[in-house]
Every structure is written in structure tokens, then in C-alpha cells.
Design a protein around this ligand. Sequence first.
Ligand code: FPP
Length: 261
Amino acid sequence: MIQTLKQWLTGYTEDTKPKDEDRLHALKKGPIPRHVAVIMDGNGRWAKKRGLPRIAGHREGMKTVREIVRAADDLGIQSLTLYSFSTENWKRPKEEVEYLMKLPEEFLKTDLEDLKRRNVRVKMLGQEEDLPPHTQRAMRTFQEETKENTGLTLNLALNYGSRTEIVMALKRIIEDVETGKMDKDEVDEQTVDRYLYTAGQPDPDLIIRTSGEIRISNFMLWQLAYSELWFTEVAWPDFNRELFYQAIMDYQQRSRRYGAV
Ligand code: FPP
């Protein structure tokens, strides 16, 4: 029988390919990361390769966002963080920034109902006050409409920079020490955790970056102390549930020692 390239690569035929429920079931037998954080990279290159404007890559990337949120929810992951716009991304061309700033509203329109049905709580990580009013409104609505939900926490890192996050935390800690709310000697690692945007959430167990770059780009520098890192050459618009499962499977093979032997 002639095999398709995909069958040859995966070793599966349509008859033997595990169904999604079987794969989910198998994955759930191993340790599921409590928090997965993703640097969604490669939208621009994906578009350029196809002779399309960069924003076409972001539009396609939104479909991947939807697919990965659903996959994370199906796996029972507690927190999923998506690096959607960094504090450095303001340097991009005006039209691209404007387009990216419209995506939260777009996502609200298309996905709020599904996210509510799935009991997903949406949170924003980043400096809200610098976002255009329409983006702030969308993020507030998202957070307000989902605040009672108890399932997956979906963190959208928007106007996010890890160094800014740490500086903001430091300022608030200093203020609380100066106003007598807290003693300087009480300040420890847990205190810092409580002042970060991610307060109350576990540190990421797994950080995924797409599109071949092997760097962290000012993302969760405090929280990643013991994270496992997983990189793929695949650009974000081509990333999918299968590859997400692959990352989780690889994570399950890692031996996490936290500095012990
Ligand atoms: C990096 O690719 C991607 C971004 C800066 C934006 C990613 C945003 C989304 C996929 C959608 C966000 C979703 C919501 C709901 C707000 P790049 O443009 O840097 O790619 P390149 O390195 O190939 O140029």
C-alpha cells in the first residue's frame, strides 16, 4: 500500500492513528505541567514566506491561540500564559501595532462564549495603562466576565516586560515597607512572588518558544528559575495541538531535580 508522507513520518495510518481522546488519556497518565508559558514567535516570517503582510501572520496566529487554549484546557493545565505583546513591541510599524492592539477585542467577540463555557478565567499580565482605551476595555471585559471561573487561567501577557514587572513589584514592596504595612526583614522570595503580575499562580513548569529562536526575550525572568524549556523551529501560525502534545510528552521525560541530585 502506498503511504502518504505524513503516515511515513508519523508511523501511523488513518486506522492506527490514536484518537485525540486516547492521546489525551495517555498524556494525563504522566505529570501534567501546572503552568505552561508560550513565546509565540514567527508570525511575521510565516507571512513573509507566503508573500503576505506581517499582519496576516498575526491573524493566522490567532487561530493557533484558540487551538492551544483548548488543548491546554483539555489537558487540565492550571495556567497558560501567552506572550502576546512585549514592552519592546511598540517599536514596530504603527499599522502593525494598531492591528495587534485590536486583537483582544477580536478575540473577545469570537471566543468569550467558548471560554466561559470552558470555565476559563482570563487575566492580563502587563502595564494596562499604556494600552489604547479600546484594548483596555476589551481586557477589562474579559477579566470581569470570567473572574468567577475556576478552570484554566489564561494569562494574556500584553505590554508585558519581565524587568518592568520586577521593577513594579520592587516599588510596591518598598512602598509597603515605608508605610509600615510590612517589615523589611519579612521580605523573602514568596513576598516577591506575591507582588508580581502572576501572584497566586504557580511558576511555569514549561516554557515553549516557536520559530527557532533560542532566547527568553524578557519573559518571566523571575518565574522561570526552574522551568523546563522547549523550542521548535515551527512558526506560531503552524504550531498546533499535536506539537503542543509533543512538548508535554517531552516535558514528561525530563527529570526535574531543582538543584538536588
Ligand atoms: C511574534 O511574531 C508575535 C507577536 C509579537 C504577536 C503574537 C500575537 C498573537 C499570535 C495574537 C495575540 C492574541 C491575543 C488574544 C491578544 P513576530 O511578529 O515577532 O514574528 P517574526 O519574528 O517572524 O517577525
